[in-house]
Design a protein around this ligand. Structure first.
Ligand code: UD1
Length: 430
């Protein structure tokens, strides 16, 4: 029974180093098997999702060797099985990137329908539509997506919805397809651009990533590369929010400030001071924060993956704030847990109406998913007294060394594995 225990009320102060972007890593690791030569990927975050994906890649014959904690050498030459049947892979959403990667390279892939965070209905129709447009026969049987083709041929694809996953998957499938593919209404997230840069460094010909029209000229083969993954926008945003909610002063280092502008803008609006340099953002919060309105949107809008962290911060700000979730239809499940800590949040459909309270009080809560789990940690760090968070396996999917990094910033926090550990922590913090 692993839990996070924390005693809140300490302003977090200091510096924190941000790791590689989980969501970019998942796409890039999968795409690395698309050449028979050895690819070196640096700045891979050591989190559960990337480790599960690498295990699944090994299960079909790829060689995956970690040369240090964050550097991985991948060789897809010996892949001898196009059916991913690893029991763990069903739990992560990004398992479906192996569909695009294997289909693009071998013209055949069988991958279990994806799991991942339960944020409401998460269709993959746009992925399948894209594969079909490239000439693949795609069907769902016995819980698997099966995609196969004699050859893939470039096409003009209009995405009905802006989807990060579908954009990435179709990009991978199209990279070695015959001729030209155009993806319209593409997602513009930093990790879409990072994957395109990675594939281009392997010899692909992709233009326009980061805009809503991506043009791909198919190439015959991809070759080896060495590539470093971009910093994680959401990990960085979470520490920025940690400064805001604890009235702290945190220098968030090794980031691309441009990717954080949508978050910085909201923090400035509610009264934080932000200083930007080339690869760092400092967030200082010295007084009670103000209310605001936030709507999640595809990049460059406010990220849905920062919505829970923003909501818990607004829960302690003055006045009434409104948060509208426009990407997923079930992303306010954590509000019931937050209520146990004294928050006053009402959810109507996809909108949360937040009446700021003066304080949260520590409680025992459960992490319902990755980002909501991180948000509960932030709430616990700001709360009076002891907070214990269950189901931290969700949080560990996406945050490397979360307790260690927070402790380095002054948090009273521990990962505990038993009641005895918990009692020891309680005695230590008094
Ligand atoms: C990715 C991220 C996730 C983030 C999300 C939105 C990864 C591994 N995960 O998830 O952390 O919260 O982007 O930024 O990178 N949709 C369809 N049909 C489809 C595909 C998507 O209707 O075929 C809908 C989804 O249900 C959702 C919306 O489109 O409502 C956006 O989803 P999408 O951008 O695809 O999210 P993911 O790629 O799953």
């Amino acid at each position: 029974m692993e839990q996070y225990a924390m005693k809140g009320g300490v302003p977090l102060v200091g510096e924190v180093e941000i790791g590689g972007a989980k969501n970019a890593a998942l796409a890039i690791l999968a795409a690395a098997i698309m050449t028979d030569e050895t690819v070196v990927v640096e700045n891979v975050p050591d989190v559960r999702d990337t480790n599960v994906l690498m295990k699944a890649m090994e299960s079909v014959g790829a060689t995956v060797v970690k040369t240090d904690r964050h550097t991985v050498k991948i060789n897809g030459y010996q892949i001898d099985n196009l059916v991913i049947d690893d029991e763990h892979i069903k739990k992560i959403r990004a398992s479906y990137y192996l569909l695009g990667a294997l289909l693009g390279k071998y013209k055949h892939a069988e991958v279990p329908l994806p799991g991942g965070c339960n944020l409401g209905t998460r269709a993959i129709d746009q992925h399948l539509k894209g594969f079909r447009a490239l000439g693949a026969d795609v069907r769902v049987e016995h819980g698997f997506v099966i995609a196969e083709a004699n050859k893939l041929k470039g096409n003009h694809i209009f995405m009905d919805k802006v989807s990060v996953g579908a954009t990435i998957n179709v990009m991978m499938a199209a990279v070695m397809a015959e001729g030209k593919t155009v993806i319209e209404n593409a997602a513009k997230e930093p990790h879409v651009v990072d994957l395109a840069n990675f594939l281009n460094s392997m010899g692909a010909n992709i233009k326009g990533a980061g805009t809503d029209v991506i043009r791909i000229n198919g190439v015959n083969r991809l070759h080896k590369t060495e590539y470093a993954i971009i910093p994680d926008q959401i990990e960085a945003g979470t520490y920025m929010m940690a400064a805001a909610i604890t009235k702290g002063d945190i220098m968030v280092k090794n980031v691309i400030p441009k990717h954080l502008e949508c978050i910085s803008a909201k923090l400035i609006e509610i009264g934080c001071e932000i200083e930007e340099s080339d690869d760092a953002v400092r967030v200082v919060a010295s007084k009670r924060l103000n209310n605001t309105q936030v709507k999640t949107l595809p990049y460059p809008g406010f990220p849905t993956d920062m919505q829970p962290q923003m909501t818990v911060t607004l829960g302690l700000s003055s006045g009434i704030s409104i948060v509208t979730e426009s990407i997923f239809d079930n992303r306010f499940k954590y509000v019931d847990e937050l209520a146990r800590m004294g928050a006053d949040v009402k959810v109507e459909g996809n909108t949360a109406i937040i009446s700021g309270v003066n304080k949260y009080t520590g409680a025992s809560v459960s992490a319902p998913d990755l980002r909501a789990g991180a948000a509960l940690v932030l709430a616990g760090l700001a709360a009076e007294g002891l907070t214990v968070i269950d189901d931290i396996k969700y949080i560990e999917r996406g945050y490397e060394d979360f307790p260690e990094k927070l402790k380095h910033l002054g948090a009273h926090m521990e990962k505990v594995e038993s009641d005895k550990d918990l009692r020891k922590f309680e005695m230590k913090i008094g």
